[in-house]
Design a protein around this ligand. Structure first.
Ligand SMILES: O=C(O)CCC(=O)C(=O)O
Length: 345
């Protein structure tokens, strides 16, 4: 029989039905195996973030990203939240250095079986207080589950300081997308429309499964890796004498198509592919493709979620989409077969 690692190249090793054999085959060092087993079993793993300069990076992030937030108003209860910093890696070398950590990428690559790359960062000055959710509705891959988050505490986080929460084992629960919950795939510029439908079904699922949330109370420098399907969020930040400086870096893995289920209904022809997805380490875009075959541009075009103003402009949305589809399929056919006159460009 083939070695267990080679049987399903399109399934993350930590999700493989042959995981026990993979974990026991001696190719992982003890720490890699511990992390892989925790992710396989629980959907999360805690590590010490391998960055000797973390204190200095944390101090720089606090000063350069968050010093000018209205802290006094928040502490006095005049405002409910302080804005997080999205994709600060583009301008901030400390955020980029944490996201680009080579040891973390190597660890993730070993346990998933494909090369990991960071594509997004979020930095928080206080607890996100985000309702529990799964990242998969924002960040999906085909083949599936080649995505994870690495959340690192840039200071000690205790009860009351809006800690991260998670539901152990929830990465094994079924994953629901628009088509399962009856949510129409929205226009590209209305991604948030009826998103509460997901909150509702996830809440019902958690109640049905009877799993209680666990708070993560890390010391500075501890990190939690979560699998794409793990239900997680942020607890209320009740102690306003304390901040909750932290960074999450989101990772995908090589040789996948990357898409946004919130914007998609694939078999109705709408797929929110992630185009121009950056590799944080280089800033270069990562292309969509599977098994070494690039997703054809015409397919990316024809399945792209339309903007709502396609209708407002007077065009019938469906007719516009059909015209686009005809032109794109013509291009695709010519690309594949070399057949067909170039009459439709
Ligand atoms: O930091 C938190 O409280 C939650 C972050 C989160 O849910 C995410 O990045 O997906």
């Amino acid at each position: 029989m083939r070695p267990a690692r080679e049987r399903l190249p399109g399934v993350p090793l930590i999700d493989s039905p042959f995981f026990d054999e993979i974990a026991a085959d001696g190719q992982w060092d003890a720490e890699t195996r511990r992390v892989a087993e925790a992710l396989n079993r629980d959907g999360f793993a805690v590590i010490d973030f391998p960055e000797p300069e973390l204190d200095a990076l944390a101090a720089d992030i606090a000063a350069s990203l968050f010093a000018d937030r209205p802290w006094d108003d928040w502490r006095a209860g005049k405002i409910e939240a302080l804005e997080r910093a999205s994709d600060a890696w583009r301008d901030n070398a400390s955020v980029r250095r944490i996201a680009a950590n080579a040891e973390v990428a190597a660890l993730l690559s070993r346990i998933y079986g494909r090369a990991a790359f960071p594509f997004q960062t979020l930095n928080f000055p206080i607890g996100s207080q985000q309702a529990a959710h799964i990242d998969l509705i924002h960040f999906a891959s085909a083949p599936e589950n080649f995505m994870c988050g690495v959340w690192v505490a840039l200071e000690d986080v205790g009860p009351g300081a809006g800690p991260l929460i998670y539901y152990p084992g929830s990465h094994r629960w079924p994953v629901f997308y628009n088509e399962h919950i009856g949510r129409p795939a929205p226009f590209a510029d209305r991604i948030g429309e009826r998103v509460e439908m997901f909150d509702q079904v996830w809440g019902e699922l958690r109640e049905r499964c009877g799993v209680a949330p666990v708070e993560f109370h890390p010391r500075k420098g501890q990190a939690l890796i979560w699998a794409a399907g793990l239900h997680h969020g942020g607890a209320p930040h009740t102690d306003r004498t304390r901040s909750r400086l932290s960074q999450v870096t989101h990772y995908f893995f090589a040789d996948c198509a990357y898409w946004t289920p919130l914007l998609s209904n694939p078999f109705a022809g709408q797929i929110g592919f992630r185009r121009g997805l950056p590799d944080v380490r280089t800033g270069e875009p990562v292309e969509n493709g599977i098994n070494g075959v690039a997703t054809p541009r015409a397919f990316l075009d024809v399945s792209a979620p339309p903007m709502s103003d396609a209708r407002a402009a007077g065009a019938d949305g469906l007719a516009a989409r059909r015209g686009l589809a005809r032109r794109a399929l013509g291009r695709l056919r010519r690309m594949v077969t070399g057949w067909g006159a170039a009459t439709d460009s």
